[in-house]
Design a binder for this molecule. Sequence first.
Ligand code: NDP
Length: 259
Amino acid sequence: MSTTEVALVTGGSRGIGRGIAVALAGLGWRVALTYNRDATAAAEAKGLVEAASGEGLVIQADVAQAADRARLIDAVLAHWGRLDMLVNNAGMAPRKRGDLLEMTEESYDEVMATNLKGPFFLTQGVAKMMIEQVQKGVIQRPKIVNISSVSAYASGTNRGEYCISKAGMSMMTALYADRLAEYGILVYEIRPGVIETDMTAAVKAKYDRLIFQEKMTPIVRWGKTEDVSRAMLAIAQDLFPFSTGQVFDVDGGFHVRRL
Ligand code: NDP
């Protein structure tokens, strides 16, 4: 069996996930990337992974569906026989932003299933498999990384379901960090601020105003997918061996309180 490490990046087809997948490939990792609907974007991302000297594997899987999550884990194992890092990146904004008092149960359920329940149970499945692989000596330094958001603590009353899902993901980071440390599985959270991707394209004018006119963040610019992937590279290269449950803010200083 090859000793090259394997990562699974959910939502690795576009945006932040694609950046992470390509960055890991640059380290020589083999990268399984998933998508839900956009097969063309996924194929493109796989091409970039391969150009960055990694091996790529594309898997369609709706992270909100239990059967898809099980199939995903099986597919990675069948292909490469190991999994060293899970990156829970796939996520969605509510289809329609709207006032908290008008939020529908459908939107709540969809966002929570995609952004929280899906990653929680995918992590549960992966964690069990990683424990077995650690015990058999197949993997040495397994890691799980959750891509949450500043919305984990910053209220946005026009996307409450998103905020709740990301706040839940932060507790999920703490829970798994606590539970899995005894097996040497380290769990981290990267908490991005406003990053330029398709997800934020719909609200670009609003964020342009907040960033450049209202100086919302000490670092006055949009975040780039590369800002997130650089944090991921540090984690992948084991630069934090005595840290788990750690949250990395990649947000231009958004979290700094000012007077
Ligand atoms: P994009 O909308 O650009 O990409 C989303 C990715 O997730 C796509 O690959 C998409 O696949 C996949 N995806 C969406 N729903 C599902 C699903 N049900 N099952 C499997 N895959 C799915 O988003 P970003 O790159 O901007 O965001 C990535 C993560 O970062 C998200 O969790 C987001 O909440 C978080 N984040 C983003 C910020 C930003 O400013 N952009 C800020 C803070 C956090 P497909 O195209 O096939 O549907």
